[in-house]
Design a protein around this ligand. Sequence first.
Ligand SMILES: [Zn+2]
Length: 661
Amino acid sequence: MFNAPISRRKFLAGIASTTTSGYLSPLLTATPLSQGSREKPYSMDLSRSKHATLRTVPLDAVTINGGFWGERVTASRQAAIPEIYAQEVENGRIFNFQRLKGADHSTISSDLPSLRAGADSEIYKWLEAVGWSLTSANPALQAQARQITQDVIGAQESTGYVDTYWIGDRVAKRMLPETQISGHEVYCMGHLIQAGIAMYRTSGDRTLLDTGLRFIDAYILAGFGPEADKKPLISGHPGPEMALVELYRETSDPKYLNLAEYLLHGDSRLPIRPDQAVYNFAGVPFTGRTVMEGHAVRATYACGGAADYAIETGDPAYMKALDVLWQDMAERQMYVTGAVGARIKGEAFGGDYELNDQGSYCESCANIGVVLWAQRMLALTGEARFADVMERALYNGVNSGMALDGLSFNYRNPLLYIPGIDPKVRRPFWHTNCCPPNLAHVFASLQGFFYSTSKDGVHVHLYNDSEFNWKLEGGTPLRITQNTSYPWKGVVDLTFGPGASTEFTLFLRIPHWSATSTATVNGAAVELTKPGEYLAICRTWSAGDKVRLTFDMNPRLIVAKQQVEATRRRVAVQRGPLIYCMEAIDQPSALSLDQFALKIDADTAKSLSVRSHPELLGGTVTISAPGVLYSGKNADPGDSLYSTMASEAQAPQPVTLQLIP
Ligand SMILES: [Zn+2]
């Protein structure tokens, strides 16, 4: 059910089923869950992880107070979450569950248009977004989530199996090897687990998590695994690995960690074709991989799961593979926006330095995969290079996925978009609606990316008006208030709140893009570290201490390595963490965008000027840049494709271009 295309500017501006059961045998013994996580809702609980260099802080320990991210989080909570729910209802995804309640799944019709393999994950991602957003009380939303949870339970069979697509004449194909590879059953289970964990940790309600546990314990682990008397299992779409490691963190039961490793390793009893091993990024040992390839969401999610496994085990083979794969992505396959997936065909990574702009896929989910993987690599190593990519992808490749008003979404996030040629951007709903609820889940848990603790102190990764109210690993309570207009302005003030005077190290990320930065403690200058590292300030901190950071906010021209064919003789404009964009609507006359170009010479960078626009797009900063307009022969769309070059007809006219974030 597709809606009319939405312009980029508009995009920027703007059933209760009570109970079920009787049908299900209850869990004989409820799986013990961590009481601590319920009291302190971590989106990723590293509080007991043996090989985490940095530890996450609970979501309710950080409050985002407005500013750039506050507006995005609010738009997601107030507009995107209700809109996604309405679209999922309208497109039958919730009805898919409701109609199975009490029915014999083998006889019920399997040809509803709303049925799609993997579509259940849209509901689970929405429930996860709701779960994390319940760190702020919202009884109406919680009641809605409870109702949908009952719909999911109503669709769960007594075996523990739940999937609304593999019903009717498809029942016989459930969990067959070829179905595992492409059928999304295990993938959906992973998102069910993540949603259940979110709901449990913020509301204390374990109902949804028990539904996922029943699927894993009674169905998956009972029938599938490496043992000779069980059938082999493959992760056709990675994602469940991250969920299983988080479930291990929640329950302390190693069987879930082992299941994650088994999926990452693959099972030779279930041979898959070489092209499937590439596309699915599964089925062969993860530790043997050296290249980011295949479906970009699958690949980045597999890496996130492998990083989670490494955080728990310290397995050197995993650490080595992760480092090689990260370098392959960050050095050869990532866009300047932190997005990945150069090819539309297969929604896939390309070859080395294959980074086309117009044809790029850059799915929002893949860019989220980059952020989740980066967050885990940062926790594993403590290295700022991962936080730099996390920031780049959050501000650009992920943030671009949701409209300013939270009511429409990008599936693709190409760097060049020509209306009429490719209409596949900006819609309230997608036939495969994976990205919108996934974006909502990131915004709902965004505060979890801001800070970490370590044995030495506190790390600040992201800057925005916010309050950190948590404790050092030794147990000393600590409060830090951030005041800033970042990313519009480069000054960040941090103030320490009341608490005992304590010696520890404050680690402040100096972004790689800030060529010249300064830092002061209570007005006294501090010697800076290099860009792209953490500035470590070790001292006795007391209430009222103030730190001021000042970053270099001069607009910069970014060029890619010469090997990137698609961007030779081209530049990107970046200011702070934001990559800027040129739109036809902002240029001197309503001409086609391909008639304009930035004038590039030695003085261009110096002549970029910055202007604040409180009235534009909810308040933004634009950049004016020297440009040229090509209006002669070959510039008009009506001209012939090829003709002899006529130098006088090509003379460009100077113009001033306006760029927006
Ligand atoms: Zn997606």
